[in-house]
Ligand binder design. Sequence first.
Ligand code: HXC
Length: 257
Amino acid sequence: MAYETLLVETRGRVGLVTLNRPQALNALNRQLLEELQGVLAGFQADAGIGAIVITGSEKAFAAGADIKEMQPYGFAAAVTEDLAAGWDAVAACRKPMIAAVSGFALGGGCELAMMCDFIIASETAKFGQPEITLGIIPGMGGTQRLTRAVGKAKAMDLVLTGRMMDAAEAERCGLVARVVAPERLLEEALAAAEKIAGFSLPAVMMAKEAVSRAQETVLSEGMRAERRLFHALFATEDQKEGMAAFIEKRKPTFANR
Ligand code: HXC
């Protein structure tokens, strides 16, 4: 299927989505959101896909929500259309998503990267929540996910001043999992995704669910959730195979991958 705002490919068991609105530095408009929702729903339903990589261009992962599209909105339309709420469907994807970020990841672009399970950044990446400079605040999770990722002090600094931080600072404060040379970005993200996609998919999905729970709840609730998911995996053939393979000193062949 052809998309106007995305390039979509599969590489083995990895789904690769490239944001593709170069004329607007991949600004996230309604059409892009709808196309991304469709692609992710397709990957989720496809048993052949075990992990997803979302990337942009060398210059921009995404420079934010599309300001030209948002400019005419008033309060009533923002409320009744529930502006920004459609992104919840992207964040709700149950398969692992890696953001491979080069260049600008600003506003909604930074928020989209944070909806992914982890971020691999090029040395050129620049992260920020510049909404304050436009007279608004982040609306796709920036005040919440950024604060959980980097803590209150750094989140307040970024959200209140609108400044950008580079890849080294983003790694230091825990926003980014790895920083790599620009030419290695996609290779590194695809290799990580391919590795994940080689494991038992039920285990991968439950691992994602369990870690995500830590972002949402208190320790005792999170521990209970982890324990239930952990126990449930003993019902899978992949647990039998994974442990038998270890004991027999061979590579496992997971049935559910
Ligand atoms: C619409 C955008 C855009 C955006 C860039 N463009 N960002 N269009 N929405 N968010 C367009 C520019 O208008 C321009 O189009 C073209 O992309 C190239 O951008 P330049 O500004 O000429 O490039 P450069 O000088 O290199 O500066 C790059 C930049 C700057 C620093 C990233 O573009 C910038 O500050 N962009 C806005 C960043 C931002 O404020 N993001 C937050 C958005 S609010 P033309 O046609 O003029 O050539 C947000 C809220 C999310 O994300 C929650 C609600 C859903």
